[in-house]
Design a protein around this ligand. Structure first.
Ligand code: SAH
Ligand code: SF4
Ligand code: F3S
Length: 458
């Protein structure tokens, strides 16, 4: 029998977006297939992988400080394998090893499927630096299933991005846009449903342009319709959608496709036409507002979240005021906001009008205070309502509570029984906070298929 000490343990730290989180899940699956076992304890691991992000300077700095610390750990543990994956690995390649010589393995975003092979090389005394872009991302054609008991699972539907927003490194680090074949996606979702998954979150940098490189002629709305027909899948979410490609067909899908949740993440980035054009976003403020109005017309309950950048080169006070005015008009349900950060290789580096960090900081504070008010107002509106909550697990704050989400993507904590995990439970909301709601289950022990589909089911 295998003893605990014979097992090889791995530990993965993930930075960045949901796509990176899912890449980590896939790497973990590959390692498990190769005989490794996951551990939650960094100290126990013989292999530590850092899956990195480079979207802003701060993301890169976090990785450096972690690697600096791990380099020290390795001094007392020479057999430890230290690997770096993801976007920063793609960007820096061999430079990373020159900076942090203790790193044994660096591999880019198109190379993750070769992880077991890389590790064998390192175990044999070699060092690996692999960052070439391939024409096609192999992981796109592979089905990876999450651990048993997963209720909400990510499914990649496309890779890369062709949009070249002036501020963004993603096209350089993830490569050209590529859609995954329709039938592969459906097959994966059928298998997920068979294992008890109830919600799928479809992933891509720009899901609205799904299908453009496929011969099948199907688009994103067609894909949603097919997925809605898979038995056992109660909820569908997706992220991220680009406003310029949000079609009327997709807007109608929010009204017509039952399992499609009433939430869309639609990053706007700025409320000023001048800034949007300098960002190369491909839409105007009016275009954006028009799409928001059509979404709300098709589906009045839809929650809209967004991303915003302050301090883009040349952003004037008047441009910033336009952003605040757009926020006032739209009233996003939630908003991720960032100070503009210069990224190597991007078009915005060549723009004039770079802003002082103090100005960016001040604008960010003003914007976030305003949004906190709107978020609270939106969350408060749910108090007293009874909403369908898909229970994902126990609450992070208190193991005694359950945690789930409303169809509008709000986190709800409430007292309940562990047997409800994986079920949709009606919960009356009693209290609203900035990042979650708190409530009480209405009817214990209900089976989810028996519940009405409306988010307002009272
Ligand atoms: N594909 C998604 C965004 C991915 S990056 C989309 O097109 O919407 C997530 C968010 O990070 C972006 O929406 C943007 O708001 C922010 N971001 C990207 N590059 C940035 C930069 N250089 N500085 C500050 N924020 C940035
Ligand atoms: Fe970056 Fe723009 Fe592509 Fe989003 S759409 S990943 S912001 S280039
Ligand atoms: Fe970061 Fe790469 Fe995602 S840069 S945001 S991990 S695509």
């Amino acid at each position: 029998m295998e003893t605990d000490t014979q097992k090889k343990y791995f530990f993965i730290r993930t930075f960045g977006c949901q796509m990176n989180v899912h890449d980590t899940e896939q790497m973990a699956a590959l390692l498990r297939e190769a005989g490794w076992k996951e551990t939650a304890s960094e100290g126990k691991a013989g292999l530590i992988l850092i899956n990195t992000c480079s979207i802003r300077e701060k993301a890169a700095q976090k990785v450096y400080s972690l690697l600096g610390r791990l380099q020290e750990v390795k001094r007392n543990k020479p057999g430890l394998i230290l690997g770096v994956a993801g976007c920063l690995a793609q960007q820096l390649g061999g430079q990373l090893v020159r900076k942090i010589p203790a790193v044994d393995l660096v591999f880019g975003t198109h190379q993750a499927h070769r992880l077991p092979e890389f590790i064998r090389t390192v175990e044999g005394g070699g060092r690996v630096i692999e960052t070439v872009f391939t024409d096609s991302v192999r992981s796109l054609h592979r089905i990876t299933l999450p651990p048993a008991g997963t209720i909400s699972a990510f499914v990649t539907i496309m890779q890369g991005c062709n949009n070249y927003c002036a501020f963004c490194v993603v096209p350089y680090l993830r490569g050209r846009e590529e859609s995954r074949p329709f039938r592969d996606i459906l097959e994966e979702i059928r298998q997920l449903a068979g294992r008890g998954v109830r919600e799928v979150v479809l992933l891509g940098q720009n899901v609205n342009s799904y299908g453009r490189n496929l011969a099948e002629g199907a688009d994103f709305a067609d894909l949603l319709r097919e997925i809605a027909g898979v038995e056992g899948i109660e909820r569908i979410r997706f992220t991220t959608s680009h406003p310029k490609d949000l079609s009327d067909k997709l807007i109608r899908a929010f009204r017509e496709i039952g399992p499609l949740c009433e939430h869309i993440h639609l990053p706007v980035q700025s409320g000023s036409d001048r800034v949007l054009s300098r960002m190369n976003r491909g839409y105007t403020r009016e275009d954006y507002l028009g799409k928001v109005a059509r979404l709300r017309d098709a589906c009045p309950e839809v929650a809209i979240s967004s991303d915003m950048i302050v301090g883009f080169p040349g952003e004037t006070e008047a441009d910033f005021e336009d952003t605040l005015a757009l926020m006032e008009e739209v009233r996003f349900d939630s908003l991720f906001s960032f100070k503009y950060s210069e990224r190597e290789g991007t078009a915005a580096l060549l723009l004039d009008g770079k802003l002082d960090d103090r100005i960016k900081g001040r604008r960010l504070r003003i914007l976030q205070e305003l949004q906190d008010r709107y978020t609270m107002e939106k969350n408060q509106r749910d108090v007293g309502r009874t909403l369908e909550v898909l229970v994902e697990g126990t609450s992070r704050n208190s193991g005694a509570d359950l945690m789930g989400r409303t169809r509008t993507n709000r986190i709800v904590n409430f007292p309940g029984d562990g047997v409800w995990i994986g079920r949709t439970v009606p919960v009356t909301i009693r209290e609203a906070f900035l990042h979650s709601l708190r409530g009480e289950a209405v009817l214990p022990g209900l089976q989810s298929p028996a519940l009405p589909a409306s988010p307002e089911a009272a």
